[in-house]
Design a protein around this ligand. Sequence first.
Ligand code: GLP
Length: 234
Amino acid sequence: MEKCKFIQVQSPEEGAEQFYQLLKEELENDRLQVLGLATGSTMIPVYKKLTESALDFSNVTTFNLDEYVGLTASSPNSYAYFMNDHLFSKKKFKDTNIPNGVAPDLDAECTRYERALQDAKLDIQLLGVGENGHIAFNEPGTPADSVTHVATLTDSTLGVNSQYFENDEKIPETALTMGIASILSAKKLVLLAFGEKKRPALMKVLEGKVDQDWTITYLLEHDDVIIITDLDLK
Ligand code: GLP
């Protein structure tokens, strides 16, 4: 039985505040040792709030959802760079993990990452959503039992995400990403979605049926999901 709980907020900043409160409570109750993190513009106010807060993450290990193939942490377009810029350079964590998009053997890197993730056990996984309903880089059609893998990005995702690419660097067409099973292994999932472009994806969740072509709907198979949005979905 699905239990996606929707929380409506007035702004991304209020959404970030909600997520902060949730993390604070989990930390205070000693329920947060391993935190899954996400990237994208949605997460900027979230990380701003966390870095400005007094929360202590020095006992928290993080795992990021995904990384572009071929980009190193020194590329401003890599997710490693994004994380350093917005969070890791400002808050101390016990350990941070991001898939290595320049590993010599990408399949071996996926296996290594998935194993590390399963050994650690995610307490909370933070998620955004793509306009086509993807979570992490699990594009339409990704199966429910997928674990960390190399994904080929759709034209839609390449189009949307390339707007953030700097320095004329071409957006990679592939990425390493946690799979659906990796994400659903977290004890608690919190998805943030702001703005009209995310409405179709959230409407699919409200329809209440898992649809492989909208990978966000796999969240319906998890029993502890919070969706924070500024959209009025009634
Ligand atoms: C990328 C990431 C997703 C993220 C999505 C949304 O595709 N792989 O994890 O949810 O972007 O990005 P934004 O927050 O910029 O809308």
